[in-house]
Design a protein around this ligand. Structure first.
Ligand code: PLP
Length: 450
């Protein structure tokens, strides 16, 4: 590009030069995405200064809301004190303190923390740990990863390969390493089967798959407590305890992907113990750890598991995931400030108090013909709309989304599912406002379809 080219507006510049992480290549350069200027509390403001409620909380990450001076101060003072250190050769105070703090928030003995740059890299590193673990234990065949249909674990090659979806993908996957189990989705439950029987059936499927593949080939099982991007799928209450017990029996590492559920989404620091009732071997986190103010992710791992592959028998074997930005001091300072806000404002208790109101508001939307299902837990939920085929579903989801935007609410349309996971600081009255807008948008969409 010539330096004399006239300056373009941000929207034009984006259309011409910015590839989004979900680019519709058929319409390259023509997608209309709103330009945001600033954000405050639970609101985003567009270029005209119009306020929009941030229904998806960014991408399930804006826990404490926007415009927090304390976050800006923590970030700025760390930038001035020590903006970077090489994690290969030195440590920095904020990363060490953050590891200590997170170790107090995780269940059981998950007391060692590895930091990455986001959720995908955290999943990838956790899965590479499984390879390391079984290589050091001289079980080179025990590497396959058990995943569930409709999961989303990220966009690195390995994490994306662990994310089998109904939509066709134009990418290749690391297939031979991946074994797919059913999603614990109530919509797939045969008529007449109770929720408890569904949990038992899913566990029986797991046992059949282990018998088929051989436990000696299976390294890890990775699962989101709630399958978020898959359409907010909440499993049967008995499911995780059964799956955990089977993993323990066959020495298959249990990885809880809490990238969405960690840091308060279900009213607890982590959902594993408090909601799922289990202690996993690893917990992956990202997003809420900094409330999205700066990128960061990581995993917590059990001391008992680490003990099996450290010391004498690991001589000369580095667990080498050499991220330049692992434990970045500025990200760690932001995370510590974020956790301090959570504690001072008792955000977890607030989520537990308002979540039933949020879920009831969503359930009330079942009154519309267009709404075929409502799902959710804590402060995450989804309204599924009707549609005869994929194209129709996509079009209906897009229409509800457009009406919501016109009325002042951002939702996240995943095909025909409209997802909400608002900032955790949202008040009851704001939840009502969000539900009123969504209801109106559904009515307008129904009218469009007549
Ligand atoms: N795991 C889950 C459950 C997610 O929902 C996501 C992103 O939405 C990821 C991993 C990937 O995180 P990131 O986008 O930070 O790489």
């Amino acid at each position: 590009m010539s330096v004399t080219e006239p300056q373009t507006t941000s929207s034009e510049a984006a259309r011409r030069h910015l590839l989004s992480p979900a680019e519709d290549m058929a319409k390259l350069g023509s997608a209309a995405r709103p330009l945001l200027r600033h954000a405050e509390g639970i609101h985003l403001f567009d270029a005209d200064g119009r306020a929009l409620i941030d229904g998806p909380g960014g991408m399930w990450c804006s826990q404490i809301g926007y415009g927090r001076q304390e976050m800006a101060d923590a970030i700025a003072s760390q930038v001035m004190a020590l903006p970077y250190n090489s994690p290969w050769h030195s440590i920095n105070g904020p990363a060490a303190e953050l590891a200590r703090r997170i170790a107090t928030l995780t269940p059981g003995d998950l007391d060692h923390i590895f930091f990455t740059t986001g959720g995908s890299t955290a999943v990838d590193s956790a899965l590479r740990f499984v390879q390391y673990f079984n290589n050091v234990l001289e079980r080179p065949a025990k590497k396959k990863i058990l995943v569930r249909y409709r999961s989303y674990h990220g966009s690195t090659e390995l994490a994306a390969s662990c994310s089998p979806r109904p939509q066709a993908s134009p990418f290749d996957t690391a297939d031979p390493k991946i074994v797919v189990l059913s999603s614990p989705d109530a919509r797939d439950r045969p008529a007449g089967m109770s929720e408890e029987e569904h949990g038992l059936a899913l566990a029986a499927e797991f046992e059949r798959v282990i018998a088929r593949e051989g436990a000696e080939t299976l390294g890890a099982f990775i699962a989101e407590p709630v399958q978020a991007s898959g359409g907010v799928i909440v499993p049967p209450a008995n499911y995780f305890a059964l799956m955990r017990a089977i993993c323990a029996q066959h020495d298959i590492l249990f990885i809880a992907d809490e990238v969405v559920t960690g840091f308060g989404r279900l009213g607890h620091w982590f959902a594993s113990e408090a909601v799922m009732g289990i202690v996993p071997d690893l917990i992956v986190f990202a997003k809420g750890v900094t409330s999205g103010y700066v990128p960061m992710g990581g995993f917590a791992i059990s001391d008992r598991i680490l003990a099996r592959v450290s010391g004498e028998h690991a001589k000369g074997r580095y667990f080498s995931n050499g991220y330049t930005y692992s434990g970045h001091p500025v990200a760690a300072a932001a995370a510590l400030a974020n956790i301090a806000i959570f504690e001072r404002e008792e955000i977890l208790a607030h989520v537990r108090a308002v979540a039933p109101h949020f879920q009831a508001g969503l359930r009330a939307l079942r009154r519309y013909r267009l709404v075929t299902d409502v799902r959710g837990a804590g402060l995450v939920g989804c309204v599924e709309c009707a549609g005869d085929d994929d194209a129709m579903k996509q079009a209906i989801g897009a229409r509800v989304d457009r009406h919501c935007q016109e009325l002042g609410l951002v939702v996240r349309p995943i095909v025909n599912n409209c997802v909400l996971s608002p900032p955790l600081i949202i008040k009851r009255a704001e939840i009502d406002q969000m539900m009123d807008i969504l209801a109106k948008a559904i009515e307008l969409t129904e009218a469009d379809l007549m």
